[in-house]
Design a protein around this ligand. Sequence first.
Ligand code: 13P
Length: 348
Amino acid sequence: MDTVVLPGRDALTEAAIDPGLDLMAEITRLRRDRKAVILAHYYQDGEIQDLADFVGDSLDLSRKAAATDAEVIVFCGVRFMGEVAKIVSPQKTVLIPDAEAGCSLEESCRPDAFRRFREQHPDHLAVSYINCSAEVKALSDVIVTSSNAEAILAQLPADRPVLFAPDRHLGGYLARKTGRNLTLWPGSCIIHEQFSERELVRLKARHPDALVAAHPECPEGILRHADQVGSTRAILDFVLSSPARSFIIATEPHIIHQMEKAAPEKTFIPAVGMDGSCDCARCPFMAKNTLEKIYLCLANDAPRIELPEDLRVAALKPLQRMLDMSVAVNAPSGALSETPADRTVHAL
Ligand code: 13P
């Protein structure tokens, strides 16, 4: 389903931007005039992270989107993140810089196929990773992110079998970690999937003092070498609090921007793919967002996320459950994570 309203015919285009324009100043002006907040994921380019009002992982960004009092949310991430912002904050305008910023995990799990998967397992609860479409969310019982999945699984009735979609690597990691038998959807993230275990072993041999921090979207062969497995924020917290001086980072390498800013005395080595370079670890979807497109979306009021209300309400239910079930999962200082009083906790 198309959830993005594109710019109209008379909209300003990238080619028409005056090359002499001070983009930062214009974004600052538009952000103020439109009472907009700019949210960015750690996988965004460093200049976008620096421009954002808040940088975070998927859970913290969802919490921020639900709690902000801004009138407009500019979501610098991928499309499903903008959808989440609209689902939890329907009264706000949600803009995304590029409507084509998709996600391989979302692509791997089409709503019709997921509906059949559920029908084939009528006794199972469906736990879906937030990297999925609004339609798949609406067909799920509860949504999780990489930072709250374990805590949420622990709260599900022990006697209910569970489907986990769409990331088989995160699902496999959770099954090993919790001992719970999960029936997995066979999706994966193109970025995390390409890290090479052989190259990781070589990197470790070259940097014997380095600790390995990995995102749970990585395959088991990578995770078995990790000293720390966690969400992007958990990885960031780990490298900043650890007394170690060097780290191999097995996730999208733009997060290293925050690490280098906060701990310039430490060394951060990106994990690599089969070709020995970290280039293929750069998410091509996240990379679609640019300063020019941030300026344009604010100027054009598009691309804008709009969801049919019945779909939004259906997708809110498992998302709200996620927010309610993860209040104990720590929020960064200043994060707005309280559950609004007028929302009910939906029992499973
Ligand atoms: P987290 O934001 O939970 O670390 O997950 C990363 C990711 O998958 C972004 O798409």
